[in-house]
Write a protein that binds this ligand. Structure first.
Ligand code: CTP
Ligand code: ZN
Length: 152
């Protein structure tokens, strides 16, 4: 089968090995629909992959990710690889990793949690990665994958 080619980017970030079907969610959580630099965003859905069978790929021209953004991607797409591209070359490649503690990037699903009333940074402990499960530091509410993705 001929290899499927999505055009290479000159400068920016390629998020590869995203579980098939999660690419749009990655674009959504990174708010790439409204890139301030006007850079191109490319999305490939259901690309054949040796490792995953099928995968999604997101390419973002002219943008490099913050640690917080990488952590968000890890929650949505734990198999993802982040490639940093400069002058058409991959200059850095790393796998995303779900951290042990998630601070500031998730809302608590408990409407009575103090984090909704006081100006505090949210904090969750990862109690399981597969399936994904976290516990709020403030109210001890546990959240599973579906709730986590809805509250990113
Ligand atoms: N890529 C890109 N633009 C470039 C260079 C690379 O869009 N100028 C993309 C490639 O299409 C690929 C990803 O960045 O999706 C990683 O590139 P590379 O490391 O060359 O590919 P692989 O060796 O296949 O990566 P891996 O081993 O991580 O599967
Ligand atoms: Zn809470």
């Amino acid at each position: 089968m001929p290899e499927l080619k999505v055009s290479a980017i000159r400068e920016g970030t390629v998020i590869d090995h995203i579980p098939a079907g999660k690419g749009l969610k990655v674009i959504e959580i990174l708010k790439l629909g409204k890139l301030s630099n006007g850079g191109a965003v490319l999305l490939a859905i259901n690309v054949p992959s040796k490792k995953l069978g099928r995968k999604d790929i997101v390419k973002v021209e002219g943008k490099f990710l913050s640690e917080e953004e990488v952590n968000k991607i890890a929650l949505v797409a734990p198999t993802a690889t982040v490639n940093i591209i400069r002058d058409y070359e991959v200059v850095e490649k790393f796998k995303v990793e779900i951290p042990d503690v998630i601070e500031g990037i998730l809302r608590c699903a408990n409407p009575n949690c103090i984090t909704h009333y006081e100006y505090v940074t949210t904090k969750f402990y990862v109690i399981s990665r597969e399936p994904l499960k976290v516990r709020c530091h403030y109210c001890e509410r546990t959240m599973e994958e579906e709730e986590i993705l809805a509250n990113l």
